[in-house]
Design a protein around this ligand. Sequence first.
Ligand code: APR
Length: 195
Amino acid sequence: MYNALMKKFLIKNCALLLKQGDITKEKVDAIVNAANSMLAGGGGVDGAIHEAGGPMIEEECRKIREMQGGCPAGEAVITPGGKLLAKYVIHTVGPVWQGGNAGEEELLRSSYRNSLLLAVKSGLYFVSLPSISTGSYGYPVDQAARVALTEVTGFLNKVRPYKLRQVSFVLFSEDILNIYRTVLEDIVVRSNFQP
Ligand code: APR
């Protein structure tokens, strides 16, 4: 069931929400960070999360860097949320857009899939996602939205019910929210009318 006003979509007891906002303000089990492979912090959502979460997040990222050298594109790691309202931060590294023929789509799918897998493994129920790779990494938003939403809806259709209660895309601008909403409505219409 898709509620266009609320921009909410139910998949097997899990609510999929689209909202405009600042992901650092989310009071959820985990927010997902669009990080870089060195987990070194940066600008965009990475900078905002490190800024709002405080030095503990960088310290935890440093420990992971020492332990495993960082985080490859498409993979995800988890740290405490520090001073954030969210309990945890799941750091994932999306692909840098190189025109679309360098495996970017599969890496973007992996980023979303591995972030949600890590949330489920960590026993988390409420997760908020940004629009990964669509800022500094240059992934065209309309293409990234379709990849993100097909991957996340596919994941929620497969994962055991009640493993996740709510997954929100927190989009930084109304324009990006509208792109995600249009894509989600298209996916819903197509899936409802599949023969
Ligand atoms: N809340 C939600 N979304 C945000 C926020 C925020 N506070 N700040 C930025 N965004 C949005 C951007 O508008 C964009 O749509 O997050 C999306 C991803 O943009 P980036 O943060 O630039 O991430 P990405 O494109 O994946 O590039 C990652 O940028 O900041 C560096 O260290 C980071 O090297 C990494 C690269």
